[in-house]
Write a protein that binds this ligand. Structure first.
Ligand code: GAL
Length: 826
């Protein structure tokens, strides 16, 4: 049975990781282990011992990425490889493939565990959201658990290794091998570590599974399965009381269930939500199920499961619908790194990414090519993004010498089970992906592996379909691989969708990876022409958005098919944000070490392509954008094409008041002409470039102007939001612009800016989006790239004023004042 052809019931919810609201210390304590860590690079097996002297180790805060401070070096993880996926004929040396950062090797973390009051009748569990990689966990010198895959979450019961009195010491050993990745993986305890202290009788990690099998306008049925653990499996008379609460915390309904011996260790509860408010990207309404577990009259545990109510369908020829409304995924693929912060997770950084994606009109994310951080999934629930949660980049047949294939046989089931248990309650998660471009697509036995993995996922969550990103079209379509997936996903095959429709049984498909157009923010190359694998001596790509890879396309080629084919369910653009590593088309050309694929650059600044996607995806607010910039000393009189990305159907361009004619989007053999307005013969003259956009009735609706910049005159600092939360973690992103006297961006400015942050904030990192820049992200100085860069300021734990100062020789000092405030208690 393929569940993709059935109506998929609405779902689900998240086991909350934050301290349980209202839970008293008598039931459970959920502690984030962020401070008190010591770290050392290099292997020291004796570091597992509690009496080991770590006085000289570095003090760090977790989440922590040991490699992001650099320095960059082309010899770090230097790989001599032939990338089959990229249709390469021979092996070449690739210096920046994994970002050129020093993440290879072994590292140790140590910390004391403060568990006062722990003793008989209590349980302790460590939950790692992700540890890069090959984690071995020791408590008081005893190995209590291990997990090789760096992207997955795992938990370890440490009860038996703890001492009720005296010191308890946690040590974690991590090891990253060379040639194990195709991008920058990060290094260390880069995601959160939680200590969960519970009673003997408790609900285990990810112990609930909530579904909403029936949804109508009048009511939604909520089915909640809750596991309990009782030490030694001794059965006790247990009772579970569950409230369903709305987003404001108001109790809607309550049920109380006693566990019969025949139920085993699992409660099954059913509740009804009248007039449910449905979850969607536009209305991300959440509910919660708050459960209290009693043994007799004693409260033993409290557990909150956050969930949303929504239904979706995948139907032959019709495609995708959410809550009965047909729609197509306006999606991006994103890697896990956060640019200058590296892999170290930070909720504020993720929130900024998602806020930028919202304005783009994006409504979906594929977590390429591995399990996301729980903070991302929770934010996707809250802000409204549909997720494809992906698991693997390779199965048995390797892409890289020391990749996941070495663990696949032993670990693939365990990894899938953890992934599904972790996120099967989250309404944002709509699909599970079992792999990306796995070479097993065409290897003998590959179809059987796909079936096994899909079956595991169905077993653990029958409510969501399984997909995979396929690049080997002929093999996968002809050998049964594509046919067995609930949802076939194709990477970079827009011209072959109709053929797949004819050959495959599902009747629908997904552009699981699309475009891979390359560009560098602020860079425009002449002549302006469509090109594949185009390289320039400066290691940059043109922002006219006409350059792609041999296997990939410009955005417009995908748009044509998305607009024509009803069974095509949308696209996931490669990528939303530039990421560390994979600097195609400069894979062999150090110092390139971060990608050129992003709609946003590595600093999170929009490239021109942002406006092309926005003009199509953001239906709530209009888009009108001109490119290139208009400061071209030396190009006077030369042909300098002007493109306009707009949500309006037509526009007229003026150079210094002289009309260059009106352009209208329309059917054409050339995909670009359908989605962009292009004046290809404009002769450059300094001054003003103006565009007036018209609606379908020919009414002038909006104007946009680009001016030639004069000399750099001042720095302008712009914060993405004015107030910080004084939690020691919150971030504000400050864009620094080099401007002329009129406030026009100086598009070629390369000034080196120096930052000083004072008051209740500290400098965290800086990035300029230049994939060739070897300047470290963690020093408070950097050169502007095409007139801009972004500095990241982090809150301290005290409220108060924060001052950000930027200086550069020859220009006045710029000062930005921000405010940091204590979070208001709810
Ligand atoms: C795809 C692959 C991605 C990335 C991309 C670049 O084939 O799935 O991980 O490598 O190409 O275009």
């Amino acid at each position: 049975m393929s569940i993709a052809r059935l109506t998929l019931p609405g779902v689900l919810a998240a086991a909350l990781l934050a301290p349980v609201v209202g839970a008293s210390a008598q039931t459970r304590q959920e502690l984030l282990l962020t401070t008190g860590w010591k770290f050392s690079k290099g292997d020291q097996p004796e570091a597992a011992r509690p009496d080991f002297n770590d006085a000289r180790w570095q003090q760090v805060r977790v989440p922590h990425d040991w490699a992001i401070t650099g320095p960059f070096d082309g010899n770090n993880d230097l790989q001599t490889v032939r990338i089959e996926q990229n249709q390469e004929q021979k092996a070449t040396q690739k210096a920046g493939r994994t970002g050129g950062l020093p993440f290879i090797g072994t590292g140790w973390y140590r910390r004391e565990l403060n568990i006062s009051g722990f003793g008989p009748g209590k349980r302790a569990v460590l939950l790692f959201d992700g540890a890069m990689s090959d984690a071995h966990v020791f408590v008081n010198g005893r190995e209590v658990g291990a997990w090789p895959y760096g992207y997955n979450s795992f938990s370890v019961d440490i009860t038996d290794a703890l001492r009720p009195t005296g010191r308890n010491v946690l040590a974690v050993r991590l090891r990253n091998q060379p040639e194990a990745s195709r991008w920058y993986p990060g290094a260390g305890l880069y995601r959160n570590v939680h200590l969960l202290l519970t009673q003997d009788v408790h609900i285990p990690v990810w112990g609930t599974y909530l579904t909403t099998p029936e949804i109508s306008a009048g009511s939604a049925t909520v089915k909640l399965r809750t596991k309990v653990q009782t030490p030694g499996n001794a059965f006790q008379p247990l009772r579970l009381e569950t409230d369903i609460r709305d987003a404001a915390g108001k109790v809607i309904t309550t049920v109380s269930t006693t566990l019969a011996a025949a139920d085993g260790q699992q409660f099954e509860q059913q509740l009804v939500v009248p007039q449910p408010r449905l979850w969607s990207p536009e209305t991300p309404v959440l509910y919660s199920a708050a459960s209290r577990l009693y043994a007799g009259n004693t409260l033993k545990d409290e557990y909150v499961t956050s969930f949303g109510i929504r239904s979706f369908q995948f139907e032959a020829n019709k495609g995708f619908s959410l809550n009965g409304q047909p729609r197509k995924f306006k999606g991006v693929c994103n890697h896990h790194d956060l640019g200058p912060l590296g892999a170290a997770i930070n909720t504020a950084a993720l929130r900024r990414q998602l806020t930028l994606l919202k304005d783009l009109g994006c409504d979906a994310i594929r977590t390429t090519h591995n399990m996301p951080a729980p903070e991302l999934v929770q934010l996707a629930d809250e802000l409204g993004f549909m997720l494809i949660v992906e698991s693997f980049d390779e199965w048995k047949k390797p892409k890289v010498k020391n990749g996941y294939s070495q663990y696949f046989d032993e670990w693939s089931e365990k990894d899938l089970v953890n992934m599904v248990h972790h996120y099967r309650n989250n309404p944002s998660v709509l699909m599970w992906s079992i792999g990306n471009e796995v070479p097993d697509q065409w290897a003998p036995g590959g179809v059987a592996i796909a079936r096994r993995l899909q079956d595991i996922v169905h077993r653990e969550d029958p409510t969501r379909p399984v997909t995979a990103g396929m690049d080997q079209f002929d093999a996968a379509v002809n050998n049964g691989f594509a046919a067995l997936l609930d949802v076939p996903g194709f990477n970079y095959k827009p011209s072959r969708y109709p053929e797949a429709r004819a050959k495959l049984p599902q009747g629908f498909m997904l552009g699981s990876e699309t475009a891979s157009t390359v560009s560098s923010r602020g860079v425009y190359k002449f002549p302006v022409e469509l090109a594949k694998q185009k390289k320039y001596p400066d290691n940059q790509s043109s922002s006219y958005d006409l350059e792609a890879c041999v296997w990939s396309q410009t955005p417009d080629e995908e748009f044509v098919q998305q607009d024509a084919l009803s069974y095509l369910m949308g696209e996931f653009v490669w990528t939303g944000f530039d990421y560390l590593g994979e600097p195609t088309p400069y894979d062999e050309a150090w110092p390139s070490h971060s990608s050129y694929f992003g709609i946003f650059d590595l600093a999170g600044l929009p490239k021109d392509r942002y406006y092309l996607y926005r003009s199509r995806w953001n239906t709530a607010s209009p888009t009108l954008h001109l490119l290139p910039h208009w400061t071209w000393p030396g190009r006077e009189g030369q042909t300098t094409p002007v493109f306009c990305y707009t949500s309006y159907p037509a526009a007229e361009l003026f150079v210094n008041g002289v009309s260059q004619g009106r352009q209208t989007k329309g059917p054409s053999d050339q995909p670009q002409t359908r989605y962009r307005l292009m004046w290809k013969d404009v002769k450059y003259a300094p001054g003003r470039l103006k565009v007036v956009a018209y609606d379908a009735q020919g009414k002038a609706m909006m104007e946009e102007e680009v001016r030639t910049a004069g000399q750099p005159h001042h720095l302008r600092l712009v914060a993405d939001h004015p107030t910080l939360t004084a939690d020691g973690q919150d971030l504000v992103y400050v864009t620094a612009r080099v401007e002329d006297a009129q406030g026009t961006l100086c598009p070629d400015a390369t000034n080196e800016l120096q930052f000083t942050v004072s008051g209740q904030g500290q400098f965290r990192a800086v990035a300029n989006g230049d994939a060739t820049s070897l300047e470290p992200f963690q020093q408070p100085r950097m050169h502007a790239f095409h007139g801009q860069l972004v500095a990241i300021v982090q809150a301290t734990q005290a409220g108060g004023a924060v001052q950000v100062k930027a200086t550069t020789p020859g220009l006045p000092t710029a000062i930005l004042r921000l405010q940091s405030a204590q979070a208001t208690a709810h």
